[in-house]
Ligand binder design. Sequence first.
Ligand SMILES: Nc1ncnc2c1ncn2[C@@H]1O[C@H](COP(=O)(O)OP(=O)(O)OP(=O)(O)O)[C@@H](O)[C@H]1O
Length: 543
Amino acid sequence: MTPPDVRRARLARDLSDRIAPPSGAACITLTTAAAAELSSRFGQLSGDQRSNLFLGTVHGFALNRILRPYAALAGLPEVQDARVLRRREAEALWAQTLRQEGIPDDPLLLNTVRKLRSEFASDEQWSLTGSAVQARDAYLQVLRDNRLLDFASIIEQAVTIVETHADVRLALRAAFDRIYVDEYQDLAPGLDRIVRDLCLSAEADPSTLFAVGDTDQAIYGWTGTDSRLLTDLASQPEVTEITLQTNYRCGAVIAEISRRLFPDGRPMIAARAGGSIEVLKVEGSVDGQARRIAEEVALLVESNVSPDAIGLLCRTNELARAAAEALGDRGLDTWVREDAEWESMITNWLERACGTLLGLARGDGIGALVDELARIVPNLDVEIRGQIVGLLLSIESGMSARQLTSDLFNLLVSAGTDAATVATDELAPLLDHLASNPQVLRSVDELAARQLRDGRVYVTTLSAGKGLEFDYVFIPDCDDGRIPFYRSINNRRELEEERNKFYVGLTRARFKVTLLWSGYTTDRRDRRHPCPVSRFITQLRLA
Ligand SMILES: Nc1ncnc2c1ncn2[C@@H]1O[C@H](COP(=O)(O)OP(=O)(O)OP(=O)(O)O)[C@@H](O)[C@H]1O
């Protein structure tokens, strides 16, 4: 994710000056969080309400702008109204299929099939995997027989439709005059193929592509993404490559030192002076490091640094939770960013709406919220908009989150096909979650709290830190074997991704990065294993 200031300004300008209605634009991001941030801030620059304006994720684009509208036209009516399985449902169906087929269940097999599907692997690559092909075929058959889609099949079907139907390509090009793709280095081949079909083919009136990416920040190769797609895209004759050389975020010292991780020596001009990176050796392994971070954060807050200008980027979610606890013990408020399985553009919107209506967050008011909803739910009619305003105005502290979600769901379902589809695909998972977990997110206040970052130290993983920025960043667990993780050390590509992730972490800071290590790690039985400082810190020439 990228702080969307530059992207949203570009999009707003293009929509007002360059893209004549009814044509529109698709702005595609990797994560819901990035898309939601872009969508909420976009409204401050542009009131554009055309229905051909898509701001969302890769999967959202494939599902809502390709499969739902065009599957029937492409001769796949069973796909058009297929139900999208949530991750856990898909995993259960996978396990059940394997049992029926008599194939031993093995997490490695699931990961292999996931990765190969995401990579759009060739028949030859599949044939090298033994039972993976049989398992895949049986599972895909079950999906088809039951009119179901999983996350990978959304992309697979969208690619098939776009690649085999010239009329669908024509319609998509007409709808989306421009396509903006962020974090191109972390794209799996599916969207790359769709983008090339729409933007780089020799067919008439291609869409214009605006892609942003940085191969040094590629971190998802293990899921089947491939940063070489970006390099290859940039080398196409019809593509103009613009290399950005100025780092507007990090102080010069951070910008310069962090580049030492890369052998190419590509210079980075820093627009901001100063900056520092400090390495602290702390007793007590990650617990001791978390306590030390809490002390340092408390000092910063005492010296009037706002807690939300401080980011704590951890190797794992587990570590992030433990670190947040240590900060909590010192009386510091934290905001722990964790992905929820049911998260989508509309659930993110609902959380922010609750925050605004309860007066807990600085929001742009009901008008902006409803305009934003109209971008998430295309063709939302005026009467339903009015009823949604009424629903928002009824929000008050203590109200049941489940009731509010259910009321919104019912309103959308009554509002015609497009809205009903969004309700079923994107809001129903939250409703199911609330129904099956009555102890969590009981009130609208708790729903709102998921987005209340102001005044809280932001605690998350190195990967989820992508696109964020802080004045001060802390990275614990910088012992070799943890960062980089020992299992990636003998695999060149995995090691590169570990390095990139570390680079992402360093470059989130404007003023100062603090790296912590202990000189040993502890295992589950609390036994100590001595280890040197992270090889990346050695590469930075800081130890
Ligand atoms: N031309 C500019 N002048 C001043 N500030 C800028 C300019 N371009 C970007 N910035 C600021 O620099 C910061 C980083 O910008 P942006 O997020 O667009 O970069 P990025 O390359 O996507 O970063 P990353 O991929 O590392 O997250 C933001 O705070 C942004 O507002």
